[in-house]
Design a protein around this ligand. Structure first.
Ligand code: ADP
Ligand code: MG
Length: 260
């Protein structure tokens, strides 16, 4: 479980990116964080694996107080938390399988990792991860020869190969066309359901959030302004989050996608 108790984050320049955040996220939830650009979405998810330190309050992940983690303990903790970004962060000039194997480096000796001496078990694991996102047949193709959507699936496979309990995804479909965005969202959904991995995804497309997530957290100027099920989202809530009203048609359309 992930627990935020009155968590705040103020950057050194004085920007208050998170203000008294209280949240509980159970293992296996699929949560979408929505909000305008600058609302604090990236800051929020990056506190979970301590890529960003909180300024006050307490953040507990699986009974571990995140603020206290350092060095070896922090590295061990991060291994259970996968991260996916908008820019896929692949090594373009190498093969898909080598990109996925890079996730295994944390468990290898420096000597073996420098020489790229991956065990048979690691290779099987990498291939299994590629299979989970439906691109096993691309294993020996160079990463830069894949489409954006396929590259994001490789990034997701790389994360899966580290056996995460939690996946944090920061705008993972923002640079994909709508068709590929849906495919990648379906991957997240399937992975969440099949492996009970907690997924927290920042997303600015409210329609995708409503279609694929179970729970929506709306954030505005660092404050949680909505936390609840997709079904209970109404126009007033979206107005609070986005500062504008959606037409009744827009709202119906967004909600109906969920019912398909
Ligand atoms: N490293 C930083 N230093 C100073 N201010 C930052 C930093 N990162 C983000 N911010 C500010 O914090 C606020 C929240 O940013 P962010 O979490 O990136 O929002 P979002 O992901 O919703 O766009 C914004 O006002 C942003 O400018
Ligand atoms: Mg962001």
């Amino acid at each position: 479980m992930i627990k935020f108790n009155n968590v705040s984050k103020t950057y050194p320049n004085g920007v208050q990116a998170l203000v008294d955040v209280n949240l509980e996220i159970e293992q296996g939830e699929f949560v979408a964080i929505i909000g305008l650009s600058g609302a604090g979405k990236s800051t929020l998810i990056r506190t979970v694996n301590k890529m960003i330190d909180i300024t006050s309050g307490q953040l507990v992940v699986n009974d571990i107080d995140v603020s206290e983690l350092e060095g070896k303990k922090l590295r061990k903790f991060r291994r259970k938390i996968g991260m996916v970004f908008q820019s896929f962060n692949l090594v373009n000039r190498t093969t898909v399988i080598k990109n996925v194997l890079a996730s295994r480096v944390a468990d290898m000796s420096l000597f073996k990792s420098i020489l790229g001496l991956y065990s048979r078990q690691d290779k099987i694991k990498a291939l299994e991860a590629l299979d989970k996102v439906g691109i096993l047949e691309k294993a020996y193709i160079r990463a830069d020869q894949l489409s954006g959507g396929q590259q994001q699936r490789v990034a997701l496979a790389r994360t899966l190969a580290q056996d995460p309990e939690i996946i944090l995804a920061d705008e993972p479909v923002a640079s994909l066309d709508p068709v590929m965005a849906a495919v990648v969202m379906e991957d997240f959904q399937r992975i969440n359901e099949e492996f009970n991995i907690t997924i927290i995804i920042n997303i600015h497309h409210v329609d995708l959030a409503l279609k694929y997530a179970q729970r929506i957290i709306g954030i505005q100027a660092g404050k949680i302004v909505y936390d609840g099920s997709v079904a209970n989202i109404d126009n007033d809530t979206l107005k609070k989050i986005y500062g504008r009203e959606l037409s009744e048609d827009e709202l119906m359309e967004k909600k109906n996608v969920k019912l398909d």
